[in-house]
Design a binder for this molecule. Structure first.
Ligand SMILES: NC(=O)C1=CN([C@@H]2O[C@H](COP(=O)(O)OP(=O)(O)OC[C@H]3O[C@@H](n4cnc5c(N)ncnc54)[C@H](O)[C@@H]3O)[C@@H](O)[C@H]2O)C=CC1
Ligand SMILES: CC(=O)[C@](C)(O)C(=O)O
Ligand SMILES: [Mg+2]
Ligand SMILES: [Mg+2]
Length: 348
């Protein structure tokens, strides 16, 4: 375990150098890893595990698009692809990668096959942390562990194929066998993580729900739209409003601060821009902070979890989500984006 200094605070980080793939294979050589669910994380994690030489099977509802996708990806029905119950029976490690709402519904089936010494693995602290709402309470004689890739399962797979790893956080909720640490780290390496950051189930779910509702997904759309609207309301054309709000951010300025920090991005802009940005970052911060605090409280109280459980357990939740995504796609700002993207050098 390496100790690293993050802005003056020391934290534990596991590196691939200290826990190489060969060691991970040795730790898990007698295990059958059953990946349950083949949505977004399921394919990324199971294919990386398979390519890394682990003994892995997939459990998925029979029929339907995701079963077909698993077959297309080379999982063989009756050999490495089973219905959920059979995969749970065969697995010594059960990677529970159904959507968080579906985990509640399928829990009785999984629980039945959690015999002594098995491990139950999550990629989110949701089910365990909000157990009063999910009813997910594992038996005391199994390991309960977490590896949460900090990004989409799609990126986990593409970055693995590029020979890079996506960073993940890891946690141990219950160590029944004395092997929970070795198991969780070996799985973290196996699914294609780069570095593994230590956390707890609760801290993982609180930060993850805040991040996706906040700067990563919810707040970013709110911020961009507010600026786009103000520009449009003041007579600016769609292309001008979009270029000045989104395109310049993602194509020019975001890569600069991703690479070398915000001060470096600022330093590569005009002195006029730097003066204005340094003056306005304060007011924006002060306006947004109360909303962030409200969001965190809503996460902590379980309110956000309950909203997601209630909506995502409706039979028509997929079509409702798709309808909301359609409205976003067809908004003027994101329709302008379609035309602007065509003008990028790589699309010409
Ligand atoms: N999407 C992502 O990239 C990330 C997801 N996670 C976590 O990983 C876990 C899995 O998430 P996703 O891959 O997004 O899941 P998902 O929403 O793509 O669903 C996974 C699978 O659940 C199956 N499923 C849905 N309802 C079912 C039901 N009632 N019975 C049986 N199967 C059902 C679907 O067929 C699908 O194969 C969750 O805990 C999530 O929070 C963590 C990091 C990123
Ligand atoms: C991709 C990811 O880590 C998210 C945004 O938290 C999620 O999909 O839940
Ligand atoms: Mg996340
Ligand atoms: Mg999330």
């Amino acid at each position: 375990m390496a100790q690293m200094n993050f802005g003056g605070v020391m934290e534990n980080v596991v590196t691939r150098e200290e826990f190489p793939l060969e060691k991970a294979r040795e730790v898990l050589k007698n295990e059958t890893i059953a990946v349950i669910g083949y949505g977004v994380q399921g394919p990324g994690q199971s294919l990386n595990l398979r390519d890394n030489g682990f003994n892995v099977i997939v459990g998925q509802r029979k029929g339907g698009k995701t079963w077909e996708k698993a077959v297309a990806d080379g999982w063989v029905p009756g050999e490495t692809l089973f219905d959920i119950e059979e995969a749970c029976r065969r697995g010594t490690i059960i990677q529970y990668l159904l959507s968080d709402a579906a985990q509640i519904e399928v829990w009785p089936t999984v629980k039945k096959h959690l015999t002594a010494g098995k491990a139950l693995y999550f990629s989110h602290g949701f089910g365990i942390t909000y157990k009063e709402r999910t009813g997910i309470v594992p038996p005391a004689d199994v390991d309960v562990i977490l590896v949460a890739p900090k990004g989409s399962g799609t990126s986990l797979r593409t970055m693995f194929l590029e020979g890079r790893g996506l960073n993940s956080s890891y946690a141990i909720f219950q160590d029944a066998t004395g092997r929970a640490y070795d198991r969780v780290i070996a799985l973290g390496i196996g699914v294609g993580s780069g570095y593994l950051f230590e956390t707890t189930f609760k801290r993982e779910v609180y930060s993850d729900l805040t991040g996706e509702r906040g700067s990563l997904m919810g707040a970013i759309q709110g911020l961009l739209l507010a600026q786009y609207e103000v520009l449009r309301e003041n007579g600016h054309t769609p292309s001008e409003a979009f270029n000045e709000t989104v395109e310049e951010l993602t194509q020019s300025l975001m890569p600069l601060f991703a690479k070398n920090g915000m001060d470096w991005m600022y330093a590569n802009c005009s002195t006029t821009a730097q003066r204005g940005a340094l003056d306005w970052m304060g007011p924006f911060h002060d306006a947004i902070k109360p909303v962030m605090q409200r969001l965190y409280e809503s996460v902590k109280s379980g309110n956000e979890a309950q909203i997601s459980i209630d909506s995502n357990s409706q039979p028509d939740y997929r079509s409702k989500l798709n309808e909301e995504l359609r409205q976003l796609r067809e908004s003027e700002m994101w329709q302008t984006a379609v035309t602007v993207r065509k003008l990028r050098p790589e699309n010409n």
